[in-house]
Design a protein around this ligand. Structure first.
Ligand SMILES: Nc1ncnc2c1ncn2[C@@H]1O[C@H](COP(=O)(O)OP(=O)(O)O)[C@@H](O)[C@H]1O
Ligand SMILES: [Mg+2]
Length: 296
């Protein structure tokens, strides 16, 4: 597995505060990689170090398997803090300035405006944009030099539900173009919806690194209900394809062998004299796993 970024024992200490402490992980090429952790867990500090705007206390990192140098920085687009645009200038004019600074081809402006869905509004002044549009313009600016990697820190902070959905869809669209995305967020929901790989951080340290799906577990579980829940449980206990039963208030979660389907369950319980009033696939929530990780 090729990685675009590898972090080795990276630390940043501010006096006694260990903002990042002996952190190591790598970001696979073309992944949508989440850095998930509560506020103050060291996400922004980590991104600041790998972008070369914060000096590390110790440790190192490599971009594209190379020691960081200015020429590699051009392959990375980032939004670390709310970027500054000129309020009275249009999206196009703001991006012309950004393109000049980044020595990017002005011809890219049209394409990035289309990517972020601002092409129709390209000639309106920045000051007339909603918060969501401003954030999309920031992403356009980060994409202007056609980077291989896009780094986003809390990209949906402060946005309304529609704005949040727009940004998440945009991230997935950009990922489809083959770019690697690194996204720091304190929102589980965001990482679960958008990312395929992730690390979980707490107080500067790594708690988990791996695929989002692996943390969630892809076990074959069903939530079932019946009028007589005791009887349902007894019958379930006696069927060897069910290897774990969890009781909720008015239902059971049955972890089953992989080849068992809802139809199998329905038929079996019916034959044992039980009519299921509900049967649905059950997924572990990332929230539960996340809280388990944080509380260990
Ligand atoms: N310049 C700084 N001086 C002192 N402490 C800092 C500084 N920057 C960040 N910190 C501390 O480092 C920790 C990690 O912060 P940060 O990386 O911003 O976390 P996150 O982005 O996950 O919310 C926090 O405890 C924060 O208060
Ligand atoms: Mg932060």
């Amino acid at each position: 597995m090729e990685s675009v970024l590898t972090i080795n024992h990276l630390s940043k200490h501010y006096g006694k505060i260990k903002a990042v402490n002996d952190l190591s992980f790598s970001v696979p090429k073309q992944s949508v990689f989440g850095i998930l952790g509560p506020n103050g867990s060291g996400k922004t500090t980590t991104l600041g170090m790998v972008l070369g705007v914060i000096n590390s206390t110790s440790g190192d990192y490599k971009w594209f398997s190379e020691t960081p140098k200015a020429s590699l920085r051009r392959k990375i687009g980032a939004i670390l803090e709310a970027p500054i645009f000129y309020p009275y200038l249009s999206a196009v004019d703001n991006l012309l300035i950004v393109a000049k600074i980044k020595q990017a081809d002005e011809k890219n402006i049209e394409q990035v405006l289309k990517t972020v869905g601002l092409y129709e509004r390209r000639n309106y002044a920045f000051s007339t944009y909603s918060l969501g549009m401003k954030q999309r313009l920031a992403i356009a600016a980060a994409l202007i030099a056609d980077p291989e990697v896009l780094i986003l820190d809390e990209p949906t902070n402060g946005l309304d539900p529609q704005g949040i959905a727009d940004i998440r869809n945009l991230i997935l669209d950009i990922a489809k173009q083959g770019k690697t995305i690194v996204l720091a967020s304190h929102l589980l929901d965001e990482v679960e919806k958008v990312c395929n790989h992730m690390v979980v951080m707490k107080t500067g340290q790594l708690l988990y690194e791996g695929k989002v799906a692996d943390l969630l577990g892809n076990q074959n579980s069903f939530e079932v209900k019946a009028e007589n829940i005791q009887k349902l449980e007894e019958v379930a206990k006696n069927w060897n394809v069910i290897h774990k039963i969890d009781k909720l208030n008015h239902s059971l979660i049955l972890a089953c062998n992989n080849d068992i389907t809802g139809t199998n369950l329905n038929k079996y319980f019916y034959e044992q004299g039980i009519i299921l009033s509900q049967i649905q696939p059950h997924h572990n929530s990332l929230e539960k796993k996340f809280l388990e990780l944080l509380n260990n």
